[in-house]
Design a protein around this ligand. Structure first.
Ligand code: ATP
Ligand code: MG
Length: 293
């Protein structure tokens, strides 16, 4: 499998000089810097492509672990999908290469790291920040859905933050796959819509539901259907047992938007282009996608 790879030299706009070629990268094309994080199948390092001096994140995955967990197919899909998406709020995958024991993904570097950690630090976000993030995500998802890509795994752990504080959707490992039952049993259920929890057919509107869950979590600091037991979360999702705590205080407009996204009947969820016109978004989201304090 060959994938078109391109890395833009630093400081040059995308319309300017751009190395764009079917090219085979090797480890010797990169200077390796500090570790950025640890993943399930390997580590992620800050790296610099020697020729262009472009800073990237190099994700190193061990083939043996990929095989053991039978996720090679999933990784292939992830690479195929993510390398063809071009959006300010979607983490770029510039290319990949491999050697005897490892697979390397060349990723856009998200300087401010995981949104998940930022949310933990802040506990919950002010409405303007939450709205700015939700609007950015809606735009990225409109773009994906236009390309018939459903993400299916939108949650804080899969969102990274760029140098300017802009949101980047990462981790397309579950996009466009037929739903895997095992996922329900091992992973968190919190972000899954009723039709996926019940293993029914689903479409792009699953991402709209996840956006509703995320919006709630941004504003309250916890996902809406959280429960101690897996089975209770399941029940709460299927019943759409949505409650708004009195603290922190959240505007009626925000609650109205969340209520229009977390709708059991997937065809009745607020379409993403309408979400962008919702008064709460219009009044609170910064059109630049960057939240300024
Ligand atoms: P898991 O499935 O357990 O989340 P993973 O294999 O998907 O692990 P990642 O989450 O992609 O691994 O990467 C591990 C960590 O490395 C992340 O949590 C993040 O802190 C950091 N990281 C990954 N990619 C980038 C990036 N492009 N820019 C900056 N940091 C990154
Ligand atoms: Mg991850």
């Amino acid at each position: 499998m060959t994938v078109a790879t391109d890395i833009e030299p630093e400081g040059k706009g995308s319309s300017e000089v751009k190395m764009k070629e079917e090219r085979r990268w090797t480890l010797s094309d990169f200077d390796i810097g500090k570790p950025l994080g640890r993943g399930k199948f390997g580590n992620v390092y800050l790296a610099r492509e020697k020729k262009s001096k472009h800073i990237v994140a190099l994700k190193v995955l061990f083939k043996s672990q990929l095989k053991q967990s039978q996720v090679e197919h999933q990784l292939r899909r992830e690479v195929e999908i993510q390398s063809h998406l071009r959006h300010a709020n979607i983490l770029r995958l510039y290319g990949y290469f491999y050697d005897q024991t490892r697979v390397y993904l060349i990723l856009e570097y998200a300087a401010k790291g995981e949104l998940y950690k930022e949310l933990q630090r802040c506990k919950y976000f002010p409405e303007k920040r939450a709205a700015t993030f939700i609007a950015s995500l809606a735009q990225a998802l409109i773009y994906c859905h236009g390309k018939h890509v459903i993400h299916r795994d939108i949650k804080p752990e899969n969102l990274l933050v760029g140098a300017q504080g802009e949101l980047k959707i990462a981790d397309f490992g579950w996009s466009v796959h037929t739903f895997d039952r095992r996922r329900t049993m091992c992973g968190t259920l919190d972000y899954l819509p009723p039709e996926m929890v019940e293993s029914k057919e689903h479409d792009a509107s699953v991402d709209i539901w996840s956006l509703g869950v995320l919006c709630y979590e941004f504003l309250y600091g916890v996902p809406p259907f959280e429960a101690k037991e897996h089975s209770d979360t399941y029940r709460r999702i299927v019943r759409v047992d949505l409650k708004f705590p009195s603290k922190p205080v959240v505007s009626a407009a925000a609650k109205d938007l969340i209520s229009q996204l977390l709708v059991k009947d997937s065809s009745q969820r607020l379409p993403l282009h309408k979400l962008l016109e919702h008064p709460w978004i219009v009044q609170n989201a910064d059109p630049s996608g960057i939240y300024r304090t």
